[in-house]
Design a protein. Structure first.
Length: 198
């Protein structure tokens, strides 16, 4: 048996819609820039000039940009971008000649992200609705594909990684921060949507 992908996506969208509208509500995961700077390797100065609408809904598990920032003019794809903390940090690095494609499946996060493009003035960011397993990005166009705390939410990780490598240019970089489970998960737990989003 496998988890119902449609129901899982609906539940993930419900949770992250809540995060977009009320990031300080209290979740089973941490949110906000204070946690990111205290525990995930971000510097407080990383958030300078970024509005609360970008930083407060941050729900990542690490710092994918700690492995290297993209070069000016680069093209970046952010899988599961959310409100865009990593997206906008990458946008600063690539500059106006670069391009950052922020992919998310949650309408509330897409709306928040698009509003953040206007607020920050970082017009090199483009939000697109899509899924990690089928990215709305042309093949071999990205210098960097990054993701933060998203791949663990997909039951088809092979498809996510195939898509990431499909959109990467030859010699491009994949930078992931995510949760890794070191024990086998019982099949009943793998089929329980509440465990996927808990």
């Amino acid at each position: 048996m496998t988890v119902d992908m449609h129901q899982l996506r609906l539940e993930i969208q419900r949770v992250y819609s809540d995060v977009a509208s009320d990031p300080k509500k209290g979740y089973h995961f941490h949110t906000g820039p204070e946690y990111a700077s205290a525990h995930l390797g971000y510097a407080r100065t990383d958030f300078a000039g970024l509005p609360d609408s970008v930083t407060a809904p941050f729900a990542g598990v690490g710092n994918p940009l700690s492995m290297g920032v993209p070069a000016p003019g680069a093209t970046v794809v952010d899988i599961g971008a959310g409100s865009g903390l990593d997206t906008f940090l990458a946008a600063r690095a690539v500059g106006p000649s670069g391009h950052v494609v922020a992919v998310d499946m949650t309408d509330a996060m897409l709306e928040r992200g698009r509003d953040n493009v206007v607020v920050t003035g970082l017009r090199q960011v483009e939000y697109r609705r899509g899924f990690a397993e089928s990215l709305p990005v042309e093949s071999a166009t990205a210098d960097l594909v990054m993701s933060n705390g998203v791949i663990n939410l997909s039951p088809d990780k092979d498809a996510v990684l195939r898509e990431a490598f499909r959109v990467l240019k030859p010699g491009g970089h994949l930078q992931i921060a995510d949760i890794v489970v070191h024990k086998d998960i019982p099949s009943a737990a793998r089929e329980d949507i509440a465990i996927w989003t808990a």
